[in-house]
Design a protein around this ligand. Structure first.
Ligand code: PGA
Length: 246
């Protein structure tokens, strides 16, 4: 089963709009679609949305690894759990680039979240078009270092070439064949790190996925789903992508 994750990023601006978006998606989906979709709204809307739309699987766009204390502005795993959230995205390229998160920070967050029984989506990707796979593989190795193989069934890795993310100037989706090949390399790397249990990790592609190109990515052998940004804010566009995951 392919997995589609909708990352709303810093959108929309009001709870009313967030409820309208969730309700549009909720209405358009078939019962079986809810199993293959996770939505990631901003923190502040999460609790209300999780209460209102119980069929939808909700996740946060980030989390901090410490449980409590003097960490102004941060949100803990216990707080997410209390809000009814079981999924979390960690290490998105915008967190890494704009907010300075390193592979080591990402690694601490992944370990903390898996230890608390969360499902984790960990993102990796190279900055420039033309950068080789080495940078991505290296970032994956550092981000996933020392994970407990028993937790890998709850790990999803999103390969997101930064140059292909729709808000990067001049962005264009990667070619499905190239991203399939990079994900193949990541799967091979994961196998070298963790052996057989690595086969439980899901690998998604992210970067300008639309209703038009979704099927081309989702039909690649190594690609287990998609992380969708911009297109997840448009109900029809997003629900068409979900039907391509069928
Ligand atoms: P995009 O974003 O689909 O708008 O390119 C993907 C992401 O950054 O999650």
């Amino acid at each position: 089963m392919k997995l589609i994750v909708g990352n709303w990023k810093l959108n929309p601006s009001t709870l009313n709009e967030a409820v309208a978006l969730a309700s549009g998606v909720n209405y358009a989906l078939k019962v079986e679609d809810f199993e293959r979709m996770v939505l990631l709204p901003p923190f502040i809307f999460l609790e209300e949305l999780a209460k209102k739309f119980k069929q939808i699987v909700w996740g946060a766009q980030d989390v901090f690894w410490e449980a409590r204390g003097a960490y102004t502005g941060e949100v803990s795993l216990a707080m997410l759990k209390d809000a009814g959230v079981t999924w979390v995205l960690i290490g998105h390229s915008e967190r890494r680039r704009i907010f300075g998160e390193s592979d080591e920070d990402v690694n601490k967050k992944i370990k903390a979240a898996l230890a608390q029984d969360f499902n984790v989506i960990a993102a990796v990707g190279e900055l420039q078009r033309g950068d080789g796979a080495d940078e991505v593989v290296d970032s994956f190795k550092k981000s996933a270092a020392g994970l407990d193989p028993a937790d890998l069934a709850r790990l999803t890795v999103a390969y997101e070439p930064v140059w292909a993310i729709s808000t990067t100037p001049g962005a264009q989706a990667d070619s499905p064949a190239r991203s399939n090949q990079i994900i193949g390399e990541l799967k091979h790397t994961a196998f070298k790190m963790f052996g057989e249990p690595s086969k439980k990790i899901r690998f998604l592609y992210g970067g300008s996925v639309t209703s038009e190109n979704a099927l081309k990515f989702l039909s690649q052998p190594y690609i287990d789903g998609a992380l969708v940004g911009g297109a997840s804010l448009l109900v029809e566009e997003f629900t068409t992508i979900i039907s391509s995951a069928n």
